[in-house]
Design a protein around this ligand. Structure first.
Ligand SMILES: NC(=O)C1=CN([C@@H]2O[C@H](COP(=O)(O)OP(=O)(O)OC[C@H]3O[C@@H](n4cnc5c(N)ncnc54)[C@H](O)[C@@H]3O)[C@@H](O)[C@H]2O)C=CC1
Ligand SMILES: CC(C)CC(=O)C(=O)O
Length: 367
């Protein structure tokens, strides 16, 4: 990849490569856009096949956070970190301390939290080096693990999508196929089960599948079979890029609504599902519950306030559908339009000078 060319094309502000030989830290922090405020986005730890793949993931995820935070109405920009390594084997205290110091060096331009492969315990270690971390243990006044909040937001957004597709937002009796039953999807399955939905689940982790089967009466299928199962709603809750040329022809669902980031492999796949009449709840609008929850820490965490805002993901998804209909465009384009309009409006509103802290002329004092 020609990095600067790519950064220019999608307007990235900054990319940082962080390494610490002793602890094995190899991290990439990507800051996409800070028009609305400091970049907030989680840290993913994953066994990437190459540095190129890790860089691509960091860049795509960071840009997604700009859109997610803007669409959710947060005063936050977008950024994300990937750490290259196996989260089951390669973690150590020094690694997250070193990473915390790199974040501290950014002086608040980037704030982190959990993502795939990282936990509240990891965030607690980072917190020893920097204040710019959220989703740490509740005993520090934090909101803790964001996954249940993300799941609740996805559940709310799924109901809005069901209303659009089936004329009612009730999920009772609906068949929902869930790909990946990890941190977010476990809680999502709980909400769906409580409302009387029928679950079909898959995961590469057999224990995760067994738990969903036992606790929610879910039917289990092999990972490759999840796309083609007979269902009303497909909920991608594992990794990105799963709506693609190979999977689209298999889909039987009328709705796609799940927590995974970057579900469309390429934008044209969003056009394809639109043409098929599938109601797609754009990933970064429906999965904003976690970031809304951790962002509330910036005001002194209040769970009730955060949950109220997460509930509004229902309204936000409806807003996206309304824009899509008004402008006769696919929902993923409508979501981008909604986010971009907010960023542009705020960029313009901020164009007049306002001194921040000390005025530059104050330097003259004492001379
Ligand atoms: N945790 C959160 O609050 C948020 C998570 N997300 C996104 O939601 C998705 C899930 O996140 P988490 O639940 O936190 O991660 P997780 O790692 O706890 O769960 C993901 C699950 O997917 C499974 N999986 C991986 N590849 C698979 C495959 N090919 N087929 C079937 N299962 C597979 C894993 O074994 C794991 O159980 C990710 O894309 C993440 O970026 C988005 C917003 C917030
Ligand atoms: C706090 C995290 C859940 C934010 C994030 O990285 C995401 O929404 O993908």
């Amino acid at each position: 990849m020609e990095l600067f060319k790519y950064m220019e094309m999608y307007d990235y502000e900054q990319v940082l490569f962080c390494q610490d030989k002793e602890s094995g830290l190899k991290a990439i922090i990507a800051i996409h856009d800070t028009t609305l405020g400091p970049a907030l986005g989680g840290t993913r730890m994953w066994m990437y096949n190459s540095e190129e793949e890790a860089l691509e993931d960091a860049l795509r995820l960071a840009r997604g956070m700009t859109y997610k935070n803007a669409a959710a109405g947060l005063n936050l920009g977008g950024g994300k970190t990937v750490i290259i390594g196996d989260p089951r084997k390669d973690k150590n205290e020094a690694m997250f301390r070193a990473f915390g110091r790199f974040i501290q060096g950014l002086n608040g331009r980037y704030i982190t939290a959990e993502d795939v492969g990282t936990t509240v315990a990891d965030m607690d270690i980072i917190y020893q080096e920097t204040d710019y971390v959220t989703g740490i243990s509740p005993e520090f006044g934090s909101s803790g693990n964001p996954s249940p909040a993300t799941a609740y937001g996805v559940y709310r957004g799924m109901k809005a999508a069901a209303k659009e597709a089936f004329g009612s937002d009730s999920l009772e009796g609906k068949v929902v196929a869930v790909q990946g039953v990890g941190n977010v999807a476990y809680h999502l399955c709980r909400h769906l089960h409580e409302e009387g939905a029928k679950l079909i689940v898959t995961d590469i982790n057999k224990e995760a599948v067994a738990r969903a089967v036992e606790e929610f009466g879910a039917k289990a299928v092999d990972p490759n079979d999840i796309y083609g199962v007979e269902c009303d709603i497909f909920a991608p809750c594992a990794l990105g890029g799963i709506i693609n040329d190979q999977t689209i022809p298999q889909l039987k669902a009328k709705v796609i609504a799940g927590s995974a980031n970057n579900q469309l492999k390429e934008p044209r796949h969003g056009d394809m599902i639109h043409e098929m009449g599938i109601v797609y709840a754009p990933d970064y609008v429906i999965n904003a519950g976690g970031v809304i929850n951790v962002a509330d820490e910036l005001y002194g965490y209040n769970r009730e306030r955060a949950m109220k805002k997460i509930e509004q993901i229902y309204d936000n998804i409806e807003k996206v559908f309304a824009i899509a209909k008004r402008d006769n465009i696919p929902t993923y384009v409508a979501a981008d339009r909604m986010a971009e309009e907010r960023i542009e409006t705020m960029r313009k509103a901020r164009s007049q000078f306002l001194q921040n802290g000390h005025h530059i002329l104050s330097r003259r004092r004492g001379r």
